[in-house]
Design a protein around this ligand. Structure first.
Ligand SMILES: [Zn+2]
Length: 124
């Protein structure tokens, strides 16, 4: 019961509502166009809606959250050469062809390069 209450308080949070809007717009847009374009349509659309009819400060706060996440991901990528997106997918890039392969793969599915270890990957 407490978990449900926590979820309800979270949904009442305007920033969360903003992200729910983005998610709904994204799902609708992705029926018609590809994911990259849907991302832009949903984020710009939600921002426009919130600035026009809700609280513009909420849109600003939500964008700060998004930019912070982007900054952290880029920071990890360029400072520690750690690709968070690939890590979450359980993948790495082959050092020979730089295509994606599963972290535990022994041989690259694209060029048949033999990995020497799990951390043997494309550095670029
Ligand atoms: Zn390869």
């Amino acid at each position: 019961m407490e978990a449900l209450n926590n979820i309800l308080t979270l949904i009442n949070e305007p920033v969360i509502q903003f992200f729910l809007w983005v998610a709904v717009l994204f799902v609708i847009a992705s029926i018609f166009v590809d994911r990259r374009l849907s991302f832009w349509i949903s984020s710009v659309g939600a921002t426009y809606f919130w600035v026009k009819s809700q609280d513009p400060k909420v849109a600003l706060k939500a964008w700060l959250v998004v930019l912070t996440v982007f900054a952290v991901v880029l920071f990890l990528k360029y400072i520690f050469n750690l690709n968070v997106v690939l890590l979450l997918k359980g993948k790495k890039r082959c050092p020979m062809c730089c295509e994606e392969a599963y972290r535990k793969a022994k041989v690259c599915p694209h060029c048949h390069y033999r990995f020497s270890s799990e951390t043997d990957e494309c550095k670029s």
